[in-house]
Design a protein. Sequence first.
Length: 337
Amino acid sequence: MSRRRTERPTLADVAALCGMSTITVSRYFREPQRVAPDASERIRTAVERLNYVPNLAAGGLASARSRVVAMVVPNISGPIFAPMLQALSDGLAEHGLQLLLASSYFSMDAEERAVRAFLGWNPAALVLTSRFHTAATERLIAGASQPVIETWDLDPGRAPYQVGFSHRQVGRDAARYLLDRGHRRIGFVHNSAAGDLSAQERFAGHAEVMQAAGLPAWGYNPTAADPMQAGAQALEALLARKRQRPEALVFANDNLACGAILAAQRRSLSLPQDVAIFGFGDYAFADKLLPSLSTTRPPAREMGQAVVDIVVRLQAAEEGIARRVELACEVVGRESA
């Protein structure tokens, strides 16, 4: 079999080389779990010899659906999203699907541009982070022929599939945890990245509990771009207050809280005696800090697995797929609060 260097090997070439039907080779890429191990090995060897790359765009047009699942996240490098992205990528790969990512960095306009571009590729599904979108994105979602799945949030009144949890409940739980430990002057430190509306939802839940206890609810907005620097900035500013110096601080994420812990160490403060510090995310470093960080652990990996389950069942045209998958967060008490 000879082909000009400029010609791309085809599915038929792979089938001819491994001595199998094009249907079986196609299934190897679309549904690898349905191909016998010995057949898979023969196909894999032929693919490697030919340097074959499947034309996913053509395959998507032929089957009216792509083998790509597109997702927009606020920050691809953010440690809070990593466990979900890994679980999602691993789970999709088991079913012959690939994950395609874009980052909005908490900008709804950037998310809108990514959604518009992704829908043009006809993905098997579009996965979004949170339920907060521009009006144009909402129209794109409403008119999309592809299934849309919102993650990291829940709102029963929305049309898309949803996999997530209540950020208000997270805020309530953190406030109750600190109140139960005797703290009364509790502040909330927002994300220095503008547009983190989920953190604002957590503050709203925090405020509910504080007000129900007859206590003031107040927040602080750091300005430093680097999250750890922003956390340090917040700690220094709030402890400098002559009135209403906080006994405890809830931070919008663990990066901010880590910055505050390091700043407290530089000031030779004792945690939680001088000030208690509480985060969100349970990042990999949270239990390794000194003192270890009290925080909320979101069900990140479970969300990824639940999204895979929805996508795979939609691909199989199954009925009775739940439109809302509610998962629970966990308060993790450690040394800092």
